[in-house]
Design a protein around this ligand. Structure first.
Ligand SMILES: C[S@@+](CC[C@H](N)C(=O)[O-])C[C@H]1O[C@@H](n2cnc3c(N)ncnc32)[C@H](O)[C@@H]1O
Length: 195
């Protein structure tokens, strides 16, 4: 399948800190996942540049649920101002202060399940695979959920993917590794659904 070109411009890229924002490889993969799997519900932690892809997808696919959780508040404000400037509806982009080292997830409806998780935060966490984080993912995933985790060169981030892979009963072959070509130590991982 030929994908339409990425709509992200250098001006958009320059609003976010290199190394914090999604790598080019990750942006292309998110774009591919959206077009290939057509998720109806998306949960993003640590929004930013990547969010532009989700908002555009949501506009093209009315009815798509897209919720994001962000922290800390000064960066949330920068993010919201940028998304409003681009014309997106930010009503489900939530500021989520940390509670026991993970986001306050109270804005996420308790009974919601997500087709796609795009995970990149929280910035001040010591353990992004903490008990509260894993409990949250398990409560809101389903048998076909896709997990995308940035910064899997770190142990905790890789554990999110390996633990969810085991929890969902998938094999290691379901895990795809993306290498950041700008910061060579940096990787992201995708836990794909079973075909
Ligand atoms: C981990 S980054 C990833 C963002 C997103 N996935 C992307 O592709 O840009 C998200 C966090 O970066 C931090 N951040 C660093 N530089 C920022 C900036 N210039 N604008 C907004 N947030 C920034 C904020 O704390 C925010 O929650």
């Amino acid at each position: 399948m030929t994908l339409p070109p990425l709509s992200i411009t250098d001006d958009m890229r320059n609003r976010y800190t290199q190394g914090w924002r999604a790598s080019e490889e990750l942006l292309i993969e998110l774009h591919r996942l959206l077009y290939t799997y057509k998720p109806r519900s998306i949960l993003e932690t640590g929004p930013g540049l990547s969010s532009i892809l989700f908002y555009e997808y949501q506009l093209l696919n009315p009815g798509t649920v897209y919720i994001s959780l962000n922290h800390p508040s000064e960066h949330h404000k920068i993010f919201i101002d940028h998304m409003v400037e681009l014309g997106f509806d930010v009503s489900t982009a939530h500021e989520a202060p940390l509670v026991d080292g993970y986001y306050d997830v109270s804005a996420v409806p308790e009974d919601s399940k997500f087709d796609l998780f795009s995970l990149d935060g929280p910035p001040d966490s010591q353990d992004r695979a903490s008990e509260s984080a894993m409990k949250f993912f398990k409560a809101h995933c389903h048998v076909g959920s896709i997990f995308v985790q940035d910064d899997t060169n770190r142990q905790a981030e890789t554990r999110v993917i390996t633990d969810m892979c085991a929890y969902l009963g998938r094999s290691d072959e379901s895990i795809k590794v993306l290498q950041d070509s700008f910061y060579e130590h940096r990787t992201s991982k995708v836990l794909l659904p079973v075909e």
